[in-house]
Design a binder for this molecule. Sequence first.
Ligand code: DQA
Length: 144
Amino acid sequence: MAKELKILIMNGPNLNMLGKREPDVYGNRSFEDYFSALQFKFKETELSYFQSNCEGDLITKLQQADPIFDGIVLNAAAYTHTSVGIGDAIAAIETPVIEVHISNVFAREEFRHHSYISKHAAGVILGFGLKSYELAIHSFLLEA
Ligand code: DQA
């Protein structure tokens, strides 16, 4: 049976280091491990995963994702706070994008309080640890 929704999870720079990177902020779990658990949990949903440390690759992937995916869960990581290009790419595509962050960026340094993504996002979920991704997937499923 075909899976109902196709959702792409995208991670930006340094999120390939999850599990090793600043565990006090981001936890001890690798994203690959968490992604396997998500696939097990959301069996009716076709989940895909893309990570890049390069801004242009993230922009190209966003452009290509439309119209293949029904929704995108995007943690642009540090590019959230710097990338006009990623914000423009989200504005350019029809596929809804939910912005997520593992940490509560508003409880952190001031430069993390601004996002070039939020204005173009369908919604923003942050501060729930890795659960932020799961909540975003639930949001797409509730709309279905
Ligand atoms: C992050 C928050 C960003 O400020 C930071 O640069 C990241 C991860 C988060 O998920 O909490 O790399 O997006």
